[in-house]
Ligand binder design. Structure first.
Ligand code: ADP
Ligand code: MG
Length: 265
């Protein structure tokens, strides 16, 4: 796959080298020869999307980047160093993962409190983030179903993962299980916050619409065993909004990606 990756002088931010995954001691492989190089763009960050069908191994790959588990073989390098070094990465999981015995405010303050930011400053910064994700007025509610909707809970998780501005943010199908309208709201929010943060986001999804709408670069994961089978540049202007989704360029690329996805086994 080496022709997939351009060699530039930019510092490498994340590199997955020859990753493979077997859950049965090497009899069968879910992922094999997976290579991905994500480079840091000065002063903008990238919005990388890994698009693949359900079950192809997207969550598994994100867990490797997050350092939550290790591949069967292969290496994960973050800024040229292996995962034994602590790297500030935060992850938005597939299922809402707000801490339900804490309030919205406390949930969002937590990453700052861990870093010993004084309580008052942490609360102030958390409130700014809570406003940014549209949850003002809900800050003293407990972060659980019954008190908040699924979309609101996902906003809590997004606020919590972005507040410490970690540089690398991993997102696993952040609008899964939400109705279409709420899912679009979350996409708009994520795109908007990314533009302000200028971090590198890596989002995995099976949703072609979401992939084209948010990404600056799409990598399609497929095959059995899976690896990166195709790369698309997304040259749609920013800010992306509801108009973007109706534009000819959006629809053209979306159809192109869709045709490719359906041609996969
Ligand atoms: N810990 C595990 N043990 C055994 N099989 C697993 C484990 N984790 C994932 N799998 C299997 O690996 C495949 C890829 O899983 P996953 O990374 O969750 O896919 P995706 O996120 O793309 O839907 C699936 O078939 C899943 O059942
Ligand atoms: Mg998954």
């Amino acid at each position: 796959m080496s022709d997939t990756f351009q060699d530039t002088n930019l510092p490498d931010i994340i590199e997955l080298q020859d990753i493979s995954t077997s859950f049965d001691g090497g009899k069968t492989f879910i992922i094999k020869n997976f290579n991905l190089l994500i480079e840091d763009l000065p002063e903008s960050g990238e919005f990388i999307v890994i698009l693949g069908k359900s079950g192809c191994g997207k969550t598994t790959i994100l867990k490797y980047i997050a350092g939550l588990t290790d591949p069967t073989s292969g290496r994960v390098l973050i800024r040229g160093r292996d995962r034994s070094h602590e790297v500030p990465i935060s992850m938005v999981f597939q299922e809402p993962s707000a801490l339900e015995h804490y309030t919205v405010l406390k949930n969002v303050m937590l990453p700052l409190l861990y870093r010993h930011v004084p309580e008052r400053e942490a609360a102030e910064r958390a409130m700014n983030m809570i406003r940014a994700v549209g949850l003002e007025g809900h800050e003293l509610k407990f972060a659980k179903f019954g008190k908040l909707s699924g979309g609101q809970l996902q906003r809590v998780v997004i606020a919590r993962s972005l507040i410490a501005n970690p540089g690398i943010i991993l997102m696993d199908e952040p609008n899964r299980g939400l109705d279409n309208d709420t899912a679009l709201q979350i996409d708009l929010l994520v795109g908007n916050l990314w533009q302000q943060l200028q971090s590198t986001i890596i989002l995995v999804t099976h949703d072609i619409d979401q992939a084209v709408f948010l990404g600056t670069k799409l990598y399609v994961m497929g095959g059995k065993p899976a690896n990166i089978v195709k790369e698309f540049d997304v040259n749609l202007p920013f800010p992306r909004n509801r108009e973007t989704r109706r534009s000819e360029n959006f629809l053209e690329l979306k159809n192109q990606v869709e045709d490719f996805m359906y041609s996969l086994p």
